[in-house]
Each structure stands twice: as structure tokens, then as C-alpha cells.
Design a protein around this ligand. Sequence first.
Ligand code: 2P0
Length: 353
Amino acid sequence: ESGNKWVLMVTAQTPTNIAVIKYWGKRDEKLILPINDSISVTLDPSHLCTTTSVAVSPDFTHDRMWLNGKEISLSGGRFQNCLREIRSRASEVEDDEKGIKITKKDWEKLHVHIASYNNFPTAAGLASSAAGFACLVFSLAKLMNLKEDQSKLSSIARQGSGSACRSLFGGFVKWIMGKEKNGSDSVAVQLADENHWDDLVIIIAVVSSRQKETSSTSGMLETVETSMLIQHRAKEVVPKRIIQMEEAIKKRDFPSFAHLACADSNQFHAVCLDTTPPIFYMNDTSHRIISCVEKWNRSEGTPQVAYTFDAGPNAVLISHNRKTAAHLLQRLLFYFPPNSDTDLNSYVIGDKT
Ligand code: 2P0
């Protein structure tokens, strides 16, 4: 508006991630510290990703954010925590071409504008907070010239949404729960990069695009408060599965990978059912998809496809390779014909064709 004042902008893109060993339950609500480690696979950035542009200018009078073109409030504690953590670590920026110099002290007073877009329907009930907060933290860290490494940034993204910390890396990622009270060691680390196991094809079957009834945040709080099964899961089951899953990923051992991913998804939904009042994220169609995959895997003698379901009814199906992915799509179309009651919208991930 003032004509010759400057604007400095950074744009970044971050894909979402799908947990194969699930995070469910916090030991600290404010810092977002989990009760167990989790492992995820980050999707191909050309699908299900968030693009965020962050800009700074002396003309901006307060921090503002737009999501898919609509202004949203930044007053939430999670946004403020991320912004504060990043601002406090900002360092000097110099752009000789534009004649811009921003000192560490300037960053305390300057305001940012943030514009974020999801390349998938937000209403489809597919994880958007993971990609969203990861992208917000990453782009602001670039703009403010943070010297911190990706793991440190992951612990800032974690304070926006737990699962977001895993989207700072590609490939297979572990979120280490950590021991410290202040959360300094609750960070994400990359287990293997995106080229390590690139035969895998992920298909997301959209069972329902309705918004879920119980948010993950309140669902996991209720589970920790009322379920006895969750303690057994967090202390006894997950630690063993984490070791086995790391081994399966390292060796590209699909049968073990599939067995662990399916068992962990089912146990996550079991602890939801063990919550008072019970939480139902899957529906009849989700259950039919599980039966269909289980039957197929059994008839082949060795697993062809793994399934995993998050806090909603949509199926994430991970097939061993392109050939099994093609078979899987054929089967889905046969059992869930288009325009029927159980019509599925499939998103094929990790396959450019
Ligand atoms: C996961 N989910 O590991 C698990 C599996 C859903 C089921 O992380 O409260 O949105 O922001 O930390 O990260 C979803 O929970 O919850 C989630 P907050 P978040 O992906």
C-alpha cells in the first residue's frame, strides 16, 4: 500500500503422512507429547499435500492466515505456540538485490501473512493437519532463516499437531516419544528415504467424505482417561512392534510389514471401542474392505495388500507393487461398484500413471 516498501515471501509444499504404527494418546496435552512411538510413511508430494506461502512486510500490522482462500483465526494456542517457537529462533536475513536487511530484533516486531492450500478436498476427512502444520513450520523457518535442523523443526511442528512432526521428512519416519518433560527429545527421525522402497503403491479408498464426529484430539484424550487397554498397548505392544516394523522396513519384508500395519490399525480401533463412551471411526464399508483384503491375502498364501484406517472410515491400502495395486483396484471396483450404496472414490498415490 505504501508503494516502495518491500515484501519477502517463501513458498513450500509438504505431503501428508500415514501412520503404520499409530500415535494415539498424549502424556502432555499442551506440548503434545505422545504415550508411544509411532512410524509413518510420507506420501508422494504430488498428492494430498499442502502448499503454504508465508510473507513478511513492514506494511503488515498483525499476523493473518488464509486457508483455501478464506481467512481463519490465528488465535488458537497451537498456532501461537508454533509462531512463538519459530520467532524466538529467527536470525538475520539479508537480501542485497532487494536492499532488505532484517535483524534478529526486527523479527520480534514484524508480522507475517500466511496463505495455505490443500490440493485435496479438506472435507474428504483425509488427514490435513499433519501436512498443514508441517508446511507452516517449514516455510516460516525458511523465511526467518532458522539454523535448526529438521528434527528440531519437527518438534516445533509437533506442537501444532502431533502427526505433523512426521511430515518434515520423506520416506519412512519414526516419531520418538522421548523422555524429557519439556519435550526436547520428542522428535521425528527418518528411518529410510523415499527411494528405499519405491515399489509400494498406496491407494486411498474414500468411504465417506463426511466430517468425523469425534476429533482425534478429544478422542485420544477420552481414550487415555477411560481405557485400560490403551496402557497395555502403549507399554507392552507398541514398543515391540516398533522394533519389528523398523526391521521389516529395513529389509523390505512386505509380509511382516503388512501383518504389523494391519494388526496395529485394528488395535487402534479396538482401543477406540474400549473408550467410554465408545468411539467408532470405521463403518460397515470399512469392515467389508478389511474382510475383502484379509480373504485375498489368505487365498494367496502371503499378504498382497496392507490396510490401515485412521480417525475415520476411509481405507488406506498399501500394495506390494504395481501389479497387486492393479488387482486391488479391480477387486474394489467389483465389490464396491460405482454409483452403488458403497461407491468408493479412490485416490491412487505414489503412481504417476
Ligand atoms: C496417527 N492419528 O498416528 C494417528 C492415527 C489418527 C489415528 O495422529 O491432537 O491430528 O493434533 O496431536 O495428530 C491424528 O491425530 O492429533 C493422528 P493432535 P493428530 O497418524
